[in-house]
Design a protein around this ligand. Structure first.
Ligand SMILES: [Zn+2]
Length: 203
């Protein structure tokens, strides 16, 4: 793949219109994107499989494991940690027809040696952190999101965004302009890091 890659990663998804808008965006524009939905929001995400499955099969869209309930894993017992990942994996496999392995994103970025070893023991060997953010895990103004996008959207960045508040959906055109103006190339995690859906392992 060429240089100037960015990985857009969109988490959670408790806002139905936001998840729908992101799925529509992917379908309409062909942008490569990774979604990390929580199965507890399955009422919102499961119906989007109609749109997302073909994009996933084409390698345009990837699904990561952000756990089923979005709890602080560092506060949970060993069995609860693996259950959170396994329950979400099961939902992802049933809904989207693929594994999320080896990628998992700890809710709140909260992970430690214990959670990482537990995750790795069930095939989640790659912790998905980020080095850029739209700052939209809570409701912030579109101008603030754009300012963060200008700050962080640069080659090599794993960008963190959320399908939680509708503000971001109103500035999709501006974000697309920024990507174009900077000659950035949005890619999935597989494309950026050489992982694979066929095995769910690093290659
Ligand atoms: Zn999250």
């Amino acid at each position: 793949m060429g240089a100037r890659q960015v990985a857009i990663t969109i988490d959670d998804g408790f806002c139905a219109e936001c998840a729908q808008a992101y799925a529509d965006l992917a379908q309409a524009t062909g942008i490569h994107i990774t979604f990390n939905p929580n199965g507890c929001y399955g009422e919102i995400w499961t119906p989007l499989a109609t749109i997302l499955r073909p994009l996933i099969e084409a390698g345009q869209v990837q699904i990561g494991n952000h756990t089923f309930n979005h709890w602080w894993l560092t506060d949970l017992s060993d069995s609860q940690v693996t259950a959170q990942l396994e329950q979400n994996e099961e939902w992802i496999e049933q809904t989207y027809g693929i594994t999320a392995r080896p990628w998992w994103r700890p809710p709140y970025g909260a992970h430690d040696e214990r959670t990482d070893e537990l995750a790795a023991s069930i095939g989640y060997t790659n912790v998905l952190m980020w080095n850029g953010s739209y700052g939209d895990s809570t409701a912030i103004r579109p101008t603030e999101i754009l300012a963060l996008a200008r700050q962080y959207l640069n080659p090599g960045v794993v960008m963190l965004g959320h399908a939680n508040y509708p503000e971001v959906t109103g500035i999709f055109p501006q974000l697309a302009e920024l990507v174009t103006a900077r000659s950035l190339h949005p890619v999935t995690l597989d494309e950026m890091f050489g992982t694979s859906r066929s095995t769910g392992r690093s290659t």
